[in-house]
Write a protein that binds this ligand. Structure first.
Ligand code: SF4
Length: 83
């Protein structure tokens, strides 16, 4: 496995507060990255590789699709977020 293939390398995560329902599933799954008060926000936009799988699980579990993951070249500002 090359360094570029490492899980979580270059991973960024954002939450759309206009779409978030505030139920808190993301925080239950990965509290090191997500924090929910009224709506969810990310504690750290650039995700530690240790949390990459949990962030992907949280995005899959999000009922509103508010969590966007950007990785690879998109994490550097190019391209559209992956939903
Ligand atoms: S799981 Fe999705 S809708 Fe629920 S609090 Fe997190 S971002 Fe918001």
């Amino acid at each position: 496995m090359s360094a570029a293939d490492e899980p979580g390398r270059g991973l960024r995560v954002i939450v759309d507060p206009g779409v978030c329902l505030g139920g808190g599933q993301c925080e239950l799954i990965c509290p090191d990255v997500f924090e929910v008060s009224y709506v969810s926000r990310v504690r750290v936009e650039h995700v530690d590789p240790l949390h990459a799988d949990a962030v992907r699980t949280a995005a899959d579990a999000c009922p509103s699709g508010a969590i966007r993951i950007l990785d690879g070249d998109m994490a550097k500002g190019g391209g559209e977020p992956r939903t």
